[in-house]
Ligand binder design. Structure first.
Ligand code: SF4
Ligand code: SF4
Length: 80
């Protein structure tokens, strides 16, 4: 099966408390905190969809949305 392609970093700004865990764990330096201390994907093109940010976020504020080979959106978390 083809590797799922990253579609979106879905970040819930209400839930994000700016702890920076996702920023620290991202192996590709995709994420940063903005001026309001909310996580943002500043280099989404570098994301390898490893999900570390999603798994480590204590507030479930970040979700990695991928697309399969047919362009169908999929939340990895719901596929578990
Ligand atoms: S780990 Fe979660 S709560 Fe912490 S900065 Fe990242 S998205 Fe926000
Ligand atoms: S899925 Fe992995 S590479 Fe992509 S932003 Fe999250 S931690 Fe970084």
């Amino acid at each position: 099966m083809a590797k799922p392609k990253l579609k979106e970093h879905r970040i819930n700004r209400e839930w994000c408390k700016g702890c920076g865990i996702c920023v620290a764990f991202c192996p590709k330096n995709v994420l940063e905190l903005d001026e309001k201390d909310k996580a943002v994907a500043v280099r989404p093109e570098d994301c390898i969809a490893c999900r570390l940010c999603e798994l480590r976020c204590p507030d479930l504020a970040i979700e990695i949305i991928v697309e399969d080979e047919h362009g169908i959106e999929n939340k990895i978390r719901s596929g578990q």
